[in-house]
Design a protein around this ligand. Structure first.
Ligand code: PLP
Length: 390
């Protein structure tokens, strides 16, 4: 089996003596040793084997192996949530006095890490406008330890040129190049192929894809994952075997689901593009997106998020959201059900107006996580709410 899809569908925790076809759920905190000698050898890492589910578990290992296959990664680790994964990807490496360079448009809690928590430990962060290559160069300091970014960004859907950044990083071999690849998923975008060191996901989003459980994963260079392993063994943000069992099965349908999320999202973006009640539509695979060519180069399709600005500002956006019938307002994304949110008053409410403007978040901006329903029903719900709130 050479192809990713066959490999991940056939990847499975070692079959037990019961000869099950589908993988069992390994709800066990620890694993027994056949002898005291085996216990010694496993602890000494002379023999491979499971010890304790804070370290590893058959369900989490199966999940990690699948993500490694999808992203061409040497190794990986699973976490209790996306934020646990993001946090560990920094905390395992940073020391007092270190510096981080990050794209400005990032997930809210990651922004809180950089601005509220890391400064307490003597770690500073510089933000860059990621679309401008010069800015990266200017932001690097002698103590820069990690370069971090999201692409496409949330909710502005700006892209960073991954190939360019991979080459740029070659000048700084000691710096870790890391991406939160959550919006694109490993199916649409494979940053490690461009020389990235670590790729991080909130598995809560498209990997589960059905809005059920939290999870996170980091894949990348084995040498770095080993260092992170030390951190998670002794701090305990491990993924629950139950969540791993759910998300691992979901990965079998990731490609199918993403194809549908993307085709629905493109259809919605096209339907809204020249609509008289819409100020602006952002979607990476719309030819009007300023980075359309880059999107085509580094992504297999445009992803499942469409951000648009309704005419009439916040007041209209609120009335529009309240008039949606099928689509619900909730702060998740990457679900089989379409979800609408108002970034300016929720996920990005803590930023100043100026910061929001900088990220392209207007009072009338709506972020739509396009689900797997029939596209006619998604588009229909949005058009009727626009019509009613004219
Ligand atoms: C949701 C999300 C996270 C955090 O993940 P959780 O699983 O909710 O902890 C991090 N980054 C991005 C881009 C996200 O969308």
């Amino acid at each position: 089996m050479n192809k990713d899809q066959s490999k991940i569908i056939r990847e499975q925790a070692p079959r037990s003596a019961t000869r099950e076809h589908s993988v069992p759920l390994y709800l066990t905190s620890s694993f027994i040793f056949d002898s005291a000698e085996q216990g010694r050898a496993v602890f000494a890492e002379e023999e491979e084997g499971m010890v304790y589910s804070r370290y590893a578990n058959p369900n989490t290992s199966e999940f990690i192996n699948k993500v490694c296959t999808l992203e061409n990664a040497e190794a990986g680790l699973a976490f209790s949530s996306g934020m646990a994964a993001v946090f560990a990807s920094f905390a395992a490496f940073i020391e007092n006095g270190d510096h981080i360079v990050s794209s400005r448009a990032i997930f809210g809690s990651t922004h809180q890490l950089f601005t509220q928590l890391f400064p307490k430990w003597g770690v500073t962060t510089s933000y860059v406008d990621a679309v401008n290559p010069d800015e990266w160069e200017k932001a690097i300091q002698p103590n820069t330890k990690i370069i971090f970014l999201e692409s496409p960004s949330n909710p502005g859907l700006e892209l960073v040129d991954l190939e360019w950044l991979g080459k740029f990083k070659e000048k700084y071999p000691a710096i870790i190049l890391s991406i939160d690849n959550c919006f694109a998923t490993p199916y649409l975008q494979k940053p490690l192929d461009y020389g990235f060191d670590l790729s991080i996901h909130s598995a809560t989003k498209y990997m589960d894809g059905q809005g059920r459980v939290l999870g996170g994963v980091v894949v990348g260079k084995e040498e770095l994952i080993k260092k992170m392993m030390f951190f998670i063994r002794h701090t305990g943000p491990a993924m629950s075997p139950f969540n791993a069992w759910i998300i691992s099965k979901s990965l079998d349908t990731l490609a199918l689901r993403m194809d549908r999320h993307c085709s629905n999202a493109l259809a919605l973006a096209e339907a809204l593009e020249n609509h008289s009640e819409i100020e602006d539509v952002k979607y990476p695979f719309l030819p009007s997106h300023p980075q359309y060519a880059l999107a085509k180069k580094q992504m297999k399709a445009g992803g499942g998020i469409v951000t648009f600005e309704v005419k009439g500002g916040k007041e209209r956006a609120f009335r529009f959201l309240d008039e949606l019938n099928m689509i619900l307002y909730t702060s998740n994304l990457g679900d089989s059900r379409s979800i609408a949110t108002h970034p300016a008053t929720t996920t990005h409410a803590k930023l100043t107006e100026e910061e929001r403007n900088h990220l392209g978040i207007k009072p009338g901006s709506v972020r739509l996580s396009v689900g797997l329903e029939d596209k006619e029903d998604i588009i229909g719900d949005i058009l009727q709410a626009l019509e009613k709130t004219k």
